[in-house]
Design a protein around this ligand. Sequence first.
Ligand SMILES: O=C(O)CCC(=O)C(=O)O
Length: 272
Amino acid sequence: MIDLTNKQRNDFFQTGFFILSNVFRPDEIDEMKSSFQSLQETAFSLANLHSEELKPEKETYVMHQGSQFVLGQIRQGINCGQPSIRRVSWCGAAEPLLSEYGNDPRLLSIASQLLGSKEMSQLINQAHFKLPGDEVEFEWHQDSTHRGYGGKYWQDVNGRGSYVQTLTAIDEISQRNGTVYFIPNSVKLGHLNLPRTLNNCLESEKFRLEDAVPIEMKIGSVAVFHPYSIHGSQPNRSNKSRHVFINGFAYPRANSRQYPGEGAGRTVVCQY
Ligand SMILES: O=C(O)CCC(=O)C(=O)O
């Protein structure tokens, strides 16, 4: 059980994010890393089978062993034209160990305290790879957009966002290998309906990208962020992979959309 301090709760609801150190032990991270390695091998085999469909400007979705492998093609640089792994959604179906770690009591206790509910709906159990030279990046966004806020499948039941995203560092994370940048205090803007790119976006007058701060993370630490917190990340410019393990939890009944993957949307309960 992780008992959040008042500062951490304030950081989540006001600044938009905080980082907890040493949540997972090195031996636990090694186990997760082996699962990431298997997923990576599977992803590249699938990419070979689907090579004709892969394009730099689009995502190709392949369901395999209950997980959704999201593949692309590298659009520039020395590996231009090679396949890339954008993400593996509900990765715990293909790698059951990641399903177990995805509802680890430590993650559940963090999310439960912030949501104000012991019972939660787990929507995200996802692997991000960012291999050297793969040019994978995540445009500026609010997670609320990906959850479908403002649409028919989402209701902010607890009136405080109803969603918590956690990002576990499987590798050390720095600015050089594609860390996430957050715009502090963007939570107060609420859900903005940001488009995929911010060019010509009227809403972007409400915040300044220059204010974004990078988070640096040690292996085994967990970043926790609010669904309205504006964030994004750039390609990995180092020569080592940058793996992160994402798990996201919603207040019960906030979501009514079916997420891809066998087991996605499962009910999880914090026992503490
Ligand atoms: O893996 C990354 O760099 C980005 C993660 C992210 O943006 C998210 O989980 O919403």
